[in-house]
Write a protein that binds this ligand. Structure first.
Ligand code: GLU
Length: 313
């Protein structure tokens, strides 16, 4: 059984990037007779107040993108809100601790910034390993002043995988991503850990998401390996760009549904997004089920997609 998922972070109104991602996840799974799970990635509850999740649910309903398990529909999992699933992340963390791969990191934001090598591709920084080999006494001393984050020690190993859309990808864990966070100093679990634990627990067999997360995938595959879980198949889709080629930003409210919804129907919006994604040439208004016969991953471009002015703002 194919199981896809929507995994939005409800830290604002759903935006066109999320919508395209949900549409392709829905089409990719439903075309194969699969199910969809909706999971709210609201680990950082201060940034994800509940009204955004409620709004997202309404927006997905407006778009006609249905799900089988999740908020409203329920399902076998205890909760579909990550903020309520911390016991599972804690159990996974303990398993990694038992492998001696977790260490406390006392670096401040400023220290991290100063000591990290810039990431070649996306401007991310790679942890310099400052706290990797602290002695027991050094850790105890630092712990008196600061509550630590927890990091996973990564080996000098290359992880490769074949993305269902982007093709072969590889990363040297130590050089291209570095020891990464499992839990922040405020005890909030990191996305990388939570997403692996949840996708595995919820039986997800295919993950469809934006290409901005392509570089996270080898880290996640490493976690699947350490936790002895079966990874899903990954499909990364091109990002939507503003008409001038800029990356869209939620903060600038570039692409929220607020103003768009007042002048376009859900079918019109889906038709335009499907046209931009290469599988609905006419761009005419269409429902998600009507796109099932037209969709195929081969038609979707690999390069980022510029939004036309009419869909922007
Ligand atoms: N919650 C993430 C986001 O909204 C998506 C994570 C994922 O698909 O793995 O960007």
């Amino acid at each position: 059984m194919i199981v896809g998922r929507f995994a939005p972070s409800p830290s604002g109104r759903i935006h066109l990037g999320n919508i395209l991602c949900c549409l392709l996840a829905w089409l990719s799974a439903r075309q194969k007779g699969g199910k969809i799970v909706l999971r709210m990635e609201d680990l950082d509850t201060a940034r994800c107040p509940r009204h955004y999740a409620r709004q997202m649910i309404e927006d997905l309903q407006w778009l006609g993108l249905s799900w089988d398990q999740g908020p409203l529909t329920g399902g076998p999992d205890m909760s579909y809100f990550q903020s309520q699933r911390t016991d599972f992340y804690q159990a996974a963390l303990e398993k990694l601790e038992a492998l001696n791969l977790v260490y406390p990191c006392f670096c401040t934001r400023a220290e991290l910034h100063a000591a990290s090598a810039p990431h070649p591709e996306d401007g991310l920084t790679i942890y310099a390993g400052t706290c990797r080999n602290l002695t027991f006494d050094e850790r105890a001393e630092r712990a008196k002043r600061r509550s630590p984050a927890l990091r996973l020690r990564v080996p000098a190993q290359t992880w490769s995988f074949i993305d269902g859309h982007m093709g072969p990808c590889r990363q040297r864990l130590d050089r291209d991503c570095g020891d990464f966070l499992l839990r922040r100093s405020d005890r909030i679990f990191a996305y990388q850990l939570a997403v692996v634990v949840d996708d595995a627990a919820m039986g997800i067999t295919e993950v469809v998401r934006g290409a901005d997360l392509l570089s996270s995938t080898p880290r996640q595959l490493f976690l699947y390996h350490l936790l002895e879980l079966t990874p899903p198949k990954f499909y990364h889709l091109p990002l939507l760009l503003a008409p001038d080629g800029r990356r869209l930003s939620k903060r600038n409210a570039d692409v929220g549904l607020d103003s768009l919804q007042t002048r376009i129907t859900a079918e019109e919006l889906l038709g335009k997004l499907a046209q931009l994604s290469g599988f609905h040439p006419s761009g005419s208004p269409v429902s998600a089920p009507e796109l099932l016969s037209e969709f195929s991953w081969e038609k979707v471009p690999k390069n980022h997609i510029r939004l036309p002015e009419e869909l922007f703002k």
